[in-house]
Write a protein of this length. Structure first.
Length: 469
RNA sequence: GGCGCGUUGGCCGAGGAGUUAGGCAAAGGUCUGCAAAACCUUGUACACGAGUGCGACUCUCGUACGCGCCUCCA
């Protein structure tokens, strides 16, 4: 498959180091609060990447970390740890906060029907690996100590600014970020932070340099190495990570191992809500609960994510989610035809249509995850199916694996949608009988009864076709 | 202040120099016992100005507006 590689700025064919295995590391959430739709947007896109690699015949080994310590509120390497801040807000310990939101996140992966990552390592459970990595960097002469921690000397890593094409000096011109005056270079970052002298942190560990906690870039380097080795195939993350977090990861990992850290870098663009970036201060952090409370399904949300390309900045609003929900309902109606038994004639040309649909989607997804194109193909399929008045009896042509393929790609749970109950089928049969006897009152009663159960009917020349309301 | 990106019909959103993206919504129509659903049709979209092309919404330059990054961020 092809993917845009931030490293080379080109769309490239993915060639794993040891096919069919392909290793993927994804920068996961910092678990100090509820994730918002923007967070889920990006994670769904990494899930899609894994799905795409699978349908391309590869066997993904996917690591997504859970950051449960170490992110400071600002990157000035000062200030409060997010976990500690969240804990103070909620009157809990940082450990409680991490546990609560960590569990919430992994539960969310299930609710959104994610492919289960091979590993979901937590930063707090890999402190030793992180300390070891700092030791290695220390031995190789990349570190120095100042009063608040051990720092990475970016001037020792000549390629530092290459990845993000940073112009460090230029960037300094207008920015006003305070930083520790003892730092040798403004781009230097903390590997190990010392605990403050005046109070005890909820989360702190002993280390060769003193009690403290790991810097926030360290965990990704340490854990990707542990689970996936010195060089990984694909590293994914939000576009905002390019200039700082990923740049620092590369600096740490490549300095420590002497090997290239990742061959392919996938970055997802952000979504805007009300034409603005999502942030806490704007109060536009919509959650999964908000979506469900408004009557939309999480599958509709997933479909909505696919409606734009991962590399373009896209918009989220309720109207477009409504559109996705309607689109999903049509898709469900088309898929539910597999259970309809009122007629049993199947046009022969459907085989070809199913095949070309699968091929069209396959091609689009493997072409840099072109989901808008894939959905376009899928919609043509839906229109075709819904325009049929002669539909497959029972499993019909749907048993050819098309629905399973859709699920493999999109994760929308189409193949396992249940049939209606026997009682409901009887109601439909009774109504058909009433209609044939021109007992319209009886027919309408039965139709209303079905509607109350969430079943709608389309009367076609060949009989009634049901759909879920 | 520095760097970069974008501006597509009511909304979302692809695309690419000359051929319908797609979806949602809307209007008209077909079908129907009535509905509903479905299907069909329709809308003269490409911010503005100039330039280069036989031809530009698609390339170039400029203008306006918006956005992102440079600060934690998905």
């Amino acid at each position: 498959m092809k993917l845009y590689n931030t490293l080379t700025k080109k769309v490239e064919e993915i060639n794993p180091i040891a096919p069919p295995a392909v290793t993927i590391y994804t920068c996961g959430p910092t678990v100090y609060d509820y994730p918002h739709v923007g967070n889920w947007y990006t994670f769904i896109r990494y899930d899609l990447l894994v799905r795409a690699l699978k349908i391309d015949g590869l066997e993904p080994k996917w690591v997504m970390n859970i950051t449960d310590v170490g992110h400071l509120v600002s990157d000035a390497d000062e200030g409060e740890d997010k976990l500690e801040k969240g804990a103070r807000r909620e009157g809990k310990t940082a450990w409680d906060v991490a546990k609560f939101y960590g569990d919430y996140f992994t539960e969310g992966l299930k609710r959104l029907n994610f492919v289960q990552p091979t590993y979901l390592p937590k930063a707090t459970e890999h402190i030793q690996e992180q300390i070891d990595l700092v030791k290695t960097l220390e031995e190789k002469g990349y570190t120095y100590k100042i009063d608040d921690g051990i720092y990475y000397d970016t001037s020792k890593f000549p390629k530092y600014s290459d990845f993000a094409q940073l112009d460090i000096d230029e960037q300094q011109a207008g920015k006003r970020v305070s930083f520790n005056e003892q730092k040798r270079n403004t781009s230097d970052f903390a590997l190990w932070k010392f605990s403050p002298r005046d109070h005890q942190r909820d989360m702190e560990w002993d280390s060769p340099w003193g009690k403290g906690f790991p810097g926030w870039h360290l965990e990704c380097s340490a854990m990707s190495r542990k689970y996936l080795g010195d060089t990984i195939d694909i590293h994914s993350g939000g576009i905002d990570h390019v200039p700082v977090h990923h740049t620092n990861e590369i600096a740490q990992s490549e300095a420590a191992t002497g090997q290239q850290f990742a061959h392919y870098w996938m970055h997802t663009n952000h979504i805007l809500v009300d034409d603005e970036k999502i942030s806490k201060s704007l109060g536009n952090g919509i959650t999964l609960e908000d979506i469900e409370n408004k009557g939309y399904s999480l599958e509709a949300f997933r479909l909505h994510v696919y409606e734009s390309h991962y590399r373009s900045q896209s918009k989220f609003n309720w109207e477009s989610l409504e559109a996705a929900q309607n689109r999903l309902n049509d898709l469900h109606a088309a898929v539910d035809l597999r259970h309809q038994t009122n007629v049993n004639v199947m046009p022969d040309d459907l085989d070809q249509m199913f095949k070309s649909t699968r091929e069209g989607i396959h091609k689009a997804i493997l072409d840099d995850l072109d989901t808008p194109k894939a959905l376009s193909v899928l919609s043509q399929f839906v229109t075709h199916m819904l325009s049929l008045t002669e539909i497959p009896g029972a499993e019909g042509k749907y048993s050819d694996g098309t629905l399973a393929f859709f699920d493999d790609v999109f994760g929308l749970n189409l193949a396992n949608r249940p049939d209606i109950t026997d009682d409901q089928k009887q109601l439909i049969a009774d109504r058909e009988k009433a209609r044939s006897e021109k007992d319209w009152q009886r027919a309408d009663e039965l139709r209303n009864a079905l509607e109350e159960q969430g079943i709608g009917l389309r009367d076609t020349p060949r009989g009634a076709i049901w759909y879920r309301l």
